[in-house]
Ligand binder design. Structure first.
Ligand code: MN
Ligand code: MN
Length: 333
């Protein structure tokens, strides 16, 4: 069960209301790298976890993330406090109130008007929080790696938020939250490497002949070698002849169909066969303006000649479309 402690994990001291900053902080309330996403990520992983050590760690960290949600939500509320009262009591002229809500640099008018200055479950751009932010797969060697990356991203968002505020109390609380994400990252890394072996994730082995292959598919100036593709760690493949059908087959795709299905597939292919030597007139030719999408040739451009001067065999234009185009462009002028 959960109980609630009325004392925040870290004291929130906000110097003065700042709705624009409140709006930015929503990123860590209802955003993809935010505290709700973190809490739900680890809580759901904890419920399914069978390893007692990891289960306990995931419950500890998910509960702490909920406590972070409370801190960041409280920051949002304090920063919005002034605007909330002004909106609710409407003592100012409408125009003046509206101007103050979307004054210089303040893009939080929507969150204030629509959500009353409270911490909505949205990111700073107004996107609704979604469970799609959580990518757990139920295999600890994969989930711990994702958790490590999630903590790294959360740390970076906090770092950026810290850099955009001069309010010492806000800076301090954000720095605390950022620090805790670093600690979580460390726990998840230790937990990952406490599983031996932990690579490859899961149980099945790969195909040994492809495990060390590095394919240099983007070739030219800028090709670089490093530990990520070194001869020591990888079989570096640069020969395009070795790129495709690496299994030694013909590189095609095939399936064995029951006779009845094969008959239907053939019938459909027959019905939709294209004629390579057809040159049908389409709506584009009938309605096009002079010069638009015209299949001009080099001869035509150089000599200023008519299409008739060009190689009629490959570059012919239907006569009908030329006159139609002329009529159209005249009527436009
Ligand atoms: Mn957190
Ligand atoms: Mn965390």
């Amino acid at each position: 069960m959960f109980t609630h402690n009325k004392t925040l994990q870290y004291t929130v001291r906000v110097s003065e209301p700042n709705p624009a900053l409140a709006n930015l902080l929503l990123e860590q309330f209802g955003g993809p790298q935010g505290e709700l996403a973190a809490a739900m990520r680890y809580f759901t992983q904890a419920l399914a976890e069978d390893d007692p050590g990891r289960k306990d760690m995931l419950l500890d960290i998910s509960t702490e993330e909920l406590s972070h949600l409370e801190v960041i939500g409280s920051l949002v509320c304090m920063l919005n406090k002034g605007a909330k009262g002004r909106l609710a009591e409407a003592v100012e002229e409408e125009g003046e109130l509206f101007r103050s809500l979307q004054g210089a640099g303040n893009d939080s008018h929507l969150t204030q008007v629509l959500y009353g200055g409270g911490p909505a479950l949205i990111n700073s751009g107004g996107q609704l929080w979604t469970a799609g932010y959580i990518d757990s797969i139920g295999e600890p060697t994969a989930d711990l790696r994702s958790n490590i990356a999630a903590e790294a991203r959360a740390k970076i968002v906090y770092e950026r938020l810290i850099n955009v505020t001069a309010d010492p109390g806000v800076k301090e609380a954000l720095t605390f939250l950022m620090t805790r994400e670093m600690s979580h990252q460390k726990s998840f890394e230790k937990a990952l490497y406490a599983i031996e072996p932990n690579f490859p994730p899961g149980k099945l082995a790969g195909m040994p002949e492809f495990e060390e292959m590095y394919v240099n598919t983007s070739q030219g100036e800028g090709d670089m070698r490093g530990p990520w593709n070194s001869d020591e760690n990888f079989d570096y493949v640069s020969d395009p002849a070795r790129f495709t059908a690496v299994d030694g087959g013909d590189g095609s795709a095939s399936v064995r169909l029951p006779a009845a299905q094969k008959k239907l597939v053939d019938a459909m292919a027959d019905r939709s066969t294209s004629a390579p030597d057809a040159n049908p007139v389409t709506g584009i030719e009938l309605g096009k303006a002079e010069g638009t999408m015209a299949r001009t040739t080099k001869v035509e451009l150089d000599a200023g000649g008519s299409p008739a001067d060009a190689d009629a065999g490959t570059q012919s234009r239907p006569a009908k479309s030329t006159s139609a185009a002329k009529g159209k462009s005249r009527s436009k002028r």
